[in-house]
Write a protein that binds this ligand. Sequence first.
Ligand SMILES: [Zn+2]
Ligand SMILES: [Zn+2]
Length: 482
Amino acid sequence: MNKQIDLGYRPETYFRPQKLERYLLSKVKGAVVRKKLQALFDSGRHAELSTLLTVEGISAADRKVLESLHPMFMGGNYLPDTEDGEVEIGRISIKSTTYDVTCVYARPDGGAIHYRVVDEYGGETLQGATEARTAKPMTLGEFADFFITAWPLIAVLEMNFEDDVEGALGFFSADSDFYPDLDRLCRQRVRDHFPTPDAGDECPFCGRFNSPPADDLCEHAAAWVWDGQIEALGTGQAFAAAIQELGETIGSAEHSTTAELILEKLAGQNPVRARLIDAASDGLEEALSLVENAQAGDGWSTKGMLGGSGYTVCVPDSAALDVLASECRALVRACALEIQTADTRQVTLEALRPSQRPDWQLVASGFWEEDTYHSGHIAYYIASIGPGKWLLDGVERNAMLDGVTQEDVDEGRLNDDQIQAMWGMRLEEAQSSEHRQICAACSGASEELLAKEMAEILYRAVCEGGGKEITEPDDSAGLLEL
Ligand SMILES: [Zn+2]
Ligand SMILES: [Zn+2]
């Protein structure tokens, strides 16, 4: 039984004169009924058989009785009828609840042979080319390809059994009066396609045979790649989750200047992070290549029509994965900081101003201008008021009085705006009067972000929120160079 399947085997004809019983048998569509009748035929009980058979197959009444006994008697009864001169040359039955049957019918067609694949659903389970025409009968290989491409056996089995090859093999049977090896060939195709349970490769570090499908792995196996799809294993799983979360954060950071800035700042300080951020957008395989000395196993493959290949990815030290995973999580956390700005929220943030004057550092100062009538001078200051907590203070003074001297005041050379700016004050007092407002506050900032970086993040947030943007910076030495 172990002889090689001859894919080139070609039956002489599909249309040889058949014994009447065999011909009639080929007209019986119900799979179970047909098997029983076939058994009668094989055991030589031909007289009994011919009384059971009519040219129409099983009578309608008998069919109803059989179907009421068990749905498996339904198998094949909803196939389209064969036309004149058409014979069934092969069928595949599956043990679905309704015992579905799919067949190939052939008929002589102007000196050639015309084939059609038929199912019990008016062709709904078929795809691609469901008809063919050849001069000579197809070889076994051609026939099997035509049949299980039009009716996608492997896909049907995969849908029902994923990688359970034994379950898949038990689910179908193929029969053909013309191709005795059809069933064996279909089985071989299925075996070749499904990953065999011992598929795997050797760990480059400890030499153990890793078998991801069997979940039999050494401590170095972090992932496996199958048909271009990567899946995390064992120690790689926490890392994969962290990388995925970082990837999602990066995806949403594309809509947030703040998050983009934070990632840029944190990456700028750390080349590993910069590469992690790149890799997180590309996926796990790219990210794993960041682990020093990570190596792929020598790989394995399955043959067959829909075969595939795979390999494991091993890392010498799982601690390296943990380090990278915590870098990912730090980046994700850093992007999750919460910023409030006075302008966007229509609320004052003054309540956040600490009673003890914090150590304000100048961020930048200069003139802002909304339009010709709204302009002024502002200086932004930043201070940390606790772990991860920062405030951005805006100090405004009236620039109307810049360059005004007491002499100008005394000689009445002030315009209306300048007079208003001095209202009730002496010149010196008015020139040094300030208006302070907390413009932005944040909590949850990464402690790695220093005043300079936080200054940029908060200042940008203020500008984006419609706050005062310095358009004409002073020469003062602030944290930001605008
Ligand atoms: Zn035709
Ligand atoms: Zn190993």
